[in-house]
Ligand binder design. Structure first.
Ligand code: ADP
Length: 585
């Protein structure tokens, strides 16, 4: 919408600007042209007036010639032929058609041979008869020549006019010098008739009625054609035809000396062309400028639109990122809570399992202690001291074992968040074996514990790691319940990149779905059975991960299941740090 308005504005400006420049340029050009045209006309007029005045002088001079005066005196014995000869010579010299000597009544006293006996009293002759020189123009009724005539009085001594000298020239003579002039120039007499012109078709055009010929022979005059006018920049220009300019600027000048008006029509083509070109250039300039502004405006608008779109897209993106971040944070919090809950639940479940095993474990040594004590009493009564002391040392062994079991139990049940510290793997495995011992024995599982030949120290939580191993031992025992040879091989090896691998391999049927075993509540064991909660491995996985380690379960070549705990080996021992290796064994 705005684009159309702008385009319209540019077009209007181009038109207005072009028109304005055209007008200014045309006015200035016409001003200059008019000045030049006046000068041209003045030049042509001066030429005509000068020529005519000169011929009048010639007539005056001829009137003063002694022979002429002698003839009109009638005292002279001069033959008219002599005077005619003198007049002829003067006429030839001056370039006049002829010179006649006329009596006051119009009789021809001297002149060329073919001169008439009398001449009509034209206004110039009448003026000369009264003592002044006069001039006139006319068309010779016989020869049809256009003539300028000049009459001068011949005075007698004492004053009265005794005759007149009449000098006649052809209009062609005064016209000839202007013929090649590019500017049409013409001269009208007081009757409005064009008598002299440098364009032949203009001659005898009359501003008046051609059917009223006045001094001219009938049929000589033609009406001046009415040329259409056109007003431009205050100048009434004329649309010419024929040899006239297509569009001419008319100028005129009054010539009182010869009683005529000079006219010229100046060609305005160059001025009009210049104005047109200036106008066109201006319009094109405005259009170009407008196009530039329009293009700039378009670009800016496109840019604004794009920037707005980008800003919107950015805002949308940021909003989405913020939303996703919030969701992720919430999810993460939920995950951490769930994990913590699972760990706790797993601990309770393991506690349940363990307390069953432990109570059994404690019950057995307690019963043994009871029977050893009874035996000792009997042996003491019988005075068998050596056997008594043997029984007592057995009792103390059993008590120590019970103490260890209880200590483990305490540590296990604690709501602990112990930091990862240097932990000896051998001690961890052995404490786990001790906890699981009763159960393994009952299930008839043989433990193949291959102690490493190097101090295997990792960064972990001791009690939690033991819990993981107990869990793996329990799973192995469960898996091998139907197997014929029940054996768990335990190894500790270097795994590269400063890591140690603790592996437990059993001789059971292998893992049914290795990719699912770490899922919480995934269990192939009977629902409701004490063990089958499906939490053991997922909790163990989380615990090992908490130490920066990994837990894998796979089915190795040669059968059975292989579980591997990989942990970062502890950095070299520093003297100040407490040694935990071998503790709790
Ligand atoms: P649960 O022991 O309560 O079933 P776990 O998370 O400890 O839960 O174990 C998940 C499952 O992984 C078991 O139900 C069993 O199918 C499989 N599994 C674990 N240990 C072994 C193993 N040593 N041999 C074969 N399968 C095993």
């Amino acid at each position: 919408m705005a684009r159309i308005a702008l385009l319209t504005l540019v077009l209007v400006l181009a038109v207005i600007g072009g028109a304005e420049v055209w007008l200014i340029s045309a006015r200035e050009g016409l001003d200059r042209l008019e000045d030049r045209g006046r000068a041209d006309l003045r030049l042509a007029s001066d030429r005509l007036v000068t020529t005519l005045v000169q011929f009048r002088e010639v007539a005056v001079l001829a009137a003063d010639h002694p022979y002429v005066r002698a003839v009109v005196h009638e005292e002279s014995a001069l033959a008219p032929e002599v005077v005619s000869g003198v007049l002829r010579r003067i006429a030839d010299r001056a370039g006049a058609l002829d010179i006649l000597l006329i009596a006051p009544d119009g009789r021809v006293l001297a002149g060329p041979e073919d001169a008439p006996a009398r001449v009509p009293m034209t206004p110039d002759l009448r003026r000369a008869a009264q003592g002044a020189s006069g001039s006139h123009h006319l068309v010779d009724p016989e020869t049809r020549q256009r003539l300028f005539t000049f009459a001068a009085p011949v005075h007698l001594p004492g004053g009265p006019v005794a005759g007149m000298v009449l000098l006649r020239i052809e209009a062609d003579r005064v016209e000839a010098p202007g013929r090649g002039d590019p500017v049409p120039v013409w001269f009208r007499d007081e009757a409005g008739v064009t008598f002299v012109a440098n364009r032949s078709e203009l001659v005898f055009q009359t501003a008046g009625d051609p059917s009223v010929p006045g001094d001219y022979p009938p049929g000589t005059l033609r009406a001046t054609p009415k040329l259409p006018e056109q007003r431009i920049a205050g100048y009434p220009l004329v649309q010419g035809n024929g040899s006239l300019p297509e569009l001419g600027l008319p100028v005129a000048q009054a010539l009182p000396v010869i009683a005529m008006t000079g006219h010229a029509l100046i060609d305005t083509r160059s001025v009009m062309d210049t104005a047109r070109i200036a106008a066109l250039a201006t319009a094109l300039g405005v259009l170009a400028l407008g196009a530039g502004v329009l293009a700039f405006w378009e670009r800016r608008r496109a840019l604004t639109v794009r920037l707005a779109a980008e800003a919107r897209a950015n805002a949308a993106l940021e909003a989405r990122v913020a939303e996703r971040t919030a969701e992720l944070l919430a999810a993460n919090e939920q995950l951490q809570r769930t994990q913590a809950e699972l760990v706790q639940a797993g601990k309770l479940s393991a506690l349940g399992q363990m307390s069953a095993g432990i109570s059994h474990e404690l019950n057995q040594p307690l019963m043994a202690i009871g029977s050893y004590a009874e035996n000792a009493t009997l042996l003491m009564e019988r005075g068998r001291g050596a056997e008594v002391s043997e029984n007592l040392s057995r009792i103390s062994d059993l008590a120590r074992r019970m103490g260890r079991i209880i200590r483990n139990l305490r540590a296990f049940a604690r709501q602990e968040a112990e930091p990862a510290t240097r932990v000896g793997l051998v001690a961890v495995v052995e404490s786990a074996l001790e906890i699981a011992q009763m159960r393994l024995e009952r299930a008839g599982v043989v433990i193949d514990w291959q102690r490493p030949g190097f101090p295997a120290v990792v960064m972990a939580g001791e009690v939690r790691l033991a819990q993981v191993v107990v869990n793996l031992l329990a799973n192995a025992a469960d898996a091998m319940s139907e197997a014929s040879g029940k054996r768990v091989t335990i190894r500790i090896e270097r795994a590269g990149e400063g890591r140690l691998a603790l592996s437990l391999r059993d001789t059971g049927p292998g893992i049914r779905e290795p990719e699912r075993i770490f899922d919480p509540f995934y269990s192939t064991k009977e629902v409701g059975s004490a063990e089958g909660m499906g939490l053991g491995l997922s909790i163990s996985y989380g615990l090992v991960q908490g130490f920066g380690g990994t837990l894998r379960g796979e089915n190795p070549e040669g059968g059975g299941a292989l579980f591997t705990v990989e942990l970062q080996e502890a950095p070299p021992f520093e003297a100040a740090a407490p040694l935990r290796e071998g503790e709790g064994g």
